[in-house]
Design a protein around this ligand. Sequence first.
Ligand SMILES: [Cu+2]
Length: 119
Amino acid sequence: MSMYDIFTINGKAYPDTAPLLVRYGERVRIRLGNLSMDSHPMHFHGHDFMTTAVGGNIIPFVARLKRNTINVAPGETWNIEFFANNPGNWVFHCHKPHHTTNMHSMNMGGMLTIIRYVQ
Ligand SMILES: [Cu+2]
């Protein structure tokens, strides 16, 4: 069992995580950095994204992968980009169940935030 019971995005655990506000038609970049000792397979609902940089190095266009989950290992950084073309409120979260709860609660928590379309 993990010794950690709270997992965060930008220092906050859901429901206190700040939503990422986007507008339809925008190209959005998210920079992921894992400062923990565990890997985090970050999964995005409603969109696919492209991996555009890893470890501070730009990924050549022909080598970029289209995906909806990226495993961010300890110490890694990744840039991902997506086109905001599917209005709604979409979940972006770690795919390890224990990482999306707070203190093993039955409620959603931890490494989860919302990609929210605004006018
Ligand atoms: Cu995780």
